[in-house]
Ligand binder design. Structure first.
Ligand SMILES: [Zn+2]
Ligand SMILES: [Zn+2]
Length: 555
C-alpha cells in the first residue's frame, strides 16, 4: 500500500460500476488502521456487511447437537445450528474442524468450507426470560416476535428498541410504554402512530412533537395540550372530537394515516438531520460524537469514517454494527474488538478474516474459536509458523485479488432478502445478489390454511375471542400470522383495529423512513441556504430546515 502522498483518489466500484472517491481523511484513517483501500463504493460496502446479519423469518427447529427444540431466524442449510447455551459450552470443540492451508486454492473458498462445517449459535443475546420467540435480545422479559432490543418487557412485533414496555409495533424507540405503532420516539407514554417525538403522553399521530399531552394529528409542537392538526381546543371540545373519530375502525385509521403522510409532506418542518451534540461530524442520527464522518446511528464515538449502527467506537473505518470497538477496518457486527480487519461477529484483537471468534488474538481466517492465539483455519501454530503461513496466505490472496476485500457474499448469513441489508437496500434485485455469489429465498406459505385479512371485521369491537386460533393471511406476502391472546387484549383496551399485514412487513414499512444512508441537496425553507439533508426527493417533503433555522423556529 503506497500512501506517502495523501490525495483524494477516484475509483470505480467493482460491484455497481459507480464512481466513488476516497477522501484524504479516509486515506489517513485507512493507513492508521492498516487496511487495504476499498475496491467497492460506500453503499456496496454497507450492503455486503449487513448481509451477514439476518432479519430472517422466525422458525422452529432442532439443535444439530442435542435435538433440543429452538426458535431461530437463521437459515436452514448454511451451517449447523446449536442452541446458544450449547454453543458456549465445552460440549464441542471448534478446533476439531481445523484445516491445512492449500496454496493452490482460493483462501476464501477454503474459509467458506470451514465456515459451513462449524456450528453457529441459534440466536444472539443473554439474560432474558420468556423471550424464546425473539432474536438479538438482551436483559429483557416476556417479549414476542421481536428483534434487537435491550431491557424491554412485554414488547411484541418490534425492532431495535431500548427500555420499551407493554407496547406493540415499535421501531427504534427508547423509554416508552403502553404505545403502538411508533418510530423514533423517546420517553413517552401511551402514544400511538407517532414519529420522531419525545416526552409525550396520551397522543395520536404526532410528528416531531415534544412535551405534548392529549394531542392528535399534530407536528412540530412544543409543550401543548388538546391540539388537533395544530389547532388549540378546550379539554371538552378535544375529548368530544376524539370520541367522534372512531379509532377502532381499520378504514378510519387507514385514512388518518394517509392524512398524516400528507401533512409530513406539506406541513411538517423537517430537520436537516437528527444529530445531537455532533462536533465536526456529518451523517444522520449521531449523538455525542466527535470527528465522525459519513456515519449513521452512532453514539459516543470519535474519529470514525463510514460507520453505522454503533456505540463507543474509536478510529473505526467501514465498520458496521460494531459496538465498543477501536481501530477496526472493514468489519461487520464486531463487538468489543480491537484492531480487527475484514471480520464478522467477532470480539477479538489483532485478527483478520475471523468469523464468530470470541476473545482471540492474532488469528487469521478462523471460525467459532474462543480464547485462541496464532490459529489459521482453526489449526494451532506457534508464533513463528503463524507469521510465516499468514504472510504466505496474504501474498497468495494478493495474487488472486482477494486480500483486503471483505468476506464474499457466498459466506453471508443467508438469503439476502432476509438479511438486515435488505432493510436498507430494499430495491436490490435477486439476480444482482446471485451474480455476486449471494443467496435469495422465496417463502411460500400458501399450503397453510388461513383467513385473508380482508375478511376481518373492520372495527375491533366486532372481533370475537376465537380470532386467536385463526391463522391470518398477509395480503402482501401470503405469509401466515396469528393474533396472540395478550395482543388482542391490548387492541381492545386501546381501541386499535387488528393488523392486516404480517408483522415483518409492518416493521419493514416503518424502517423505510429510518434507513436513509444518503443525503440529498435541498434548500433551507427559511434562509434558502443550500444544505444536505436525509430526505429522498420521492418522499416529497416540502419544508426542510437547516440546523440553525430549525433551532430558531421550532426547537
Ligand atoms: Zn458500488
Ligand atoms: Zn436555514
Amino acid at each position: 500500500m503506497c500512501m506517502s502522498t495523501r490525495t483524494a483518489q477516484n475509483k470505480v466500484c467493482e460491484h455497481c460500476n459507480q464512481n466513488f472517491t476516497i477522501s484524504e481523511g479516509e486515506l489517513s484513517l485507512y493507513e492508521k488502521v492498516g487496511i487495504e483501500l476499498p475496491t467497492i463504493c460506500f453503499f456496496c460496502r454497507v450492503k455486503q456487511h449487513l448481509s451477514f446479519w439476518m432479519f430472517g423469518k422466525f422458525r422452529k427447529t432442532k439443535s444439530d447437537l442435542s435435538g433440543e427444540s429452538m426458535i431461530t431466524v437463521l437459515p436452514e442449510s448454511r451451517y449447523p445450528l446449536y442452541t446458544l447455551h450449547e454453543w458456549h459450552s465445552d460440549k464441542w470443540d471448534p478446533m476439531d474442524y481445523g484445516q491445512d492451508y492449500d496454496p493452490n486454492r482460493s483462501f476464501f473458498e477454503q474459509l467458506q468450507e470451514l465456515q459451513e462445517k462449524v456450528p453457529h449459535p441459534h440466536q444472539n443475546g443473554s439474560k432474558n426470560t420468556g423471550c424464546d420467540w425473539c432474536d438479538d435480545v438482551w436483559n429483557s422479559k416476556n417479549c414476542y416476535l421481536s428483534r434487537s432490543m435491550e431491557e424491554c418487557e412485554d414488547l411484541y412485533y418490534s425492532y431495535r428498541n431500548v427500555k420499551v414496555k407493554n407496547s406493540i409495533d415499535m421501531t427504534i424507540c427508547f423509554n416508552t410504554e403502553k404505545s403502538f405503532g411508533c418510530s423514533d420516539c423517546h420517553n413517552s407514554f401511551k402514544i400511538f402512530y407517532s414519529k420522531h417525538s419525545r416526552d409525550c403522553i396520551d397522543s395520536y399521530f404526532l410528528y416531531d412533537c415534544r412535551n405534548c399531552q392529549n394531542c392528535f394529528m399534530s407536528w412540530n409542537l412544543r409543550n401543548k395540550q388538546y391540539c388537533i392538526e395544530n389547532v388549540q381546543y378546550s379539554k371538552e371540545e378535544y375529548e368530544k372530537k376524539l370520541k367522534s373519530f372512531n379509532l377502532g375502525s381499520h378504514k378510519v385509521v387507514l385514512s388518518l394515516k394517509e392524512r398524516f403522510e400528507e401533512l409530513a409532506k406539506k406541513e411538517v418542518v423537517h430537520r436537516q438531520n437528527f444529530n445531537l451534540k455532533a462536533y465536526n461530524s456529518d451523517g444522520d442520527y449521531l449523538l455525542d460524537v466527535k470527528n465522525c464522518h459519513n456515519c449513521n446511528t452512532i453514539n459516543d464515538s470519535e474519529d470514525c469514517y463510514n460507520c453505522m449502527r454503533g456505540l463507543r467506537e474509536k478510529s473505526n473505518i467501514d465498520a458496521n454494527g460494531c459496538w465498543y470497538s477501536e481501530m477496526l477496518g472493514n468489519c461487520s457486527c464486531c463487538l468489543y474488538g480491537y484492531a480487527e480487519k475484514y471480520s464478522v461477529w467477532s470480539s477479538s484483537r489483532y485478527s483478520e478474516y475471523v468469523d464468530l471468534c470470541i476473545e482471540c488474538e492474532n488469528c487469521f481466517g478462523c471460525v467459532g474459536l474462543k480464547k485462541k492465539k496464532y490459529c489459521i483455519l482453526n489449526k494451532q501454530y506457534d508464533k513463528e509458523e503463524y507469521e510465516k503461513i499468514k504472510n504466505q496466505i496474504i501474498t497468495d490472496m494478493k495474487k488472486r485479488g482477494e486480500y483486503g476485500k471483505f468476506l464474499p457474499y457466498s459466506m453471508s448469513a443467508g438469503p439476502f432478502n432476509f438479511s438486515t441489508s435488505f432493510l436498507y437496500f430494499p430495491e436490490t434485485k435477486k439476480e444482482d445478489i446471485l451474480k455476486l455469489g449471494g443467496y435469495w429465498q422465496e417463502i411460500d406459505e400458501s399450503h397453510i390454511e388461513g383467513t385473508p385479512t380482508s375478511e376481518l371485521p373492520d372495527d375491533i369491537k366486532d372481533v370475537s375471542d376465537d380470532i386467536i386460533i385463526k391463522p391470518l393471511i398477509c395480503p402482501e406476502t401470503g405469509w401466515r400470522f396469528n393474533i396472540a391472546e395478550n395482543e388482542l387484549a391490548f387492541y381492545r383496551q386501546n381501541n386499535i383495529p387488528l393488523p392486516r399485514k404480517h408483522f415483518d412487513v409492518r416493521t419493514r414499512e416503518a424502517l423505510k423512513y429510518l434507513t436513509v444512508l444518503r443525503s440529498y441537496p435541498v434548500v433551507c425553507i427559511y434562509c434558502e441556504k443550500n444544505i444536505e439533508a436525509y430526505y429522498p426527493p420521492e418522499w416529497g417533503c416540502q419544508k426542510i430546515a437547516c440546523e440553525e433555522c430549525y433551532k430558531q423556529n421550532i426547537a
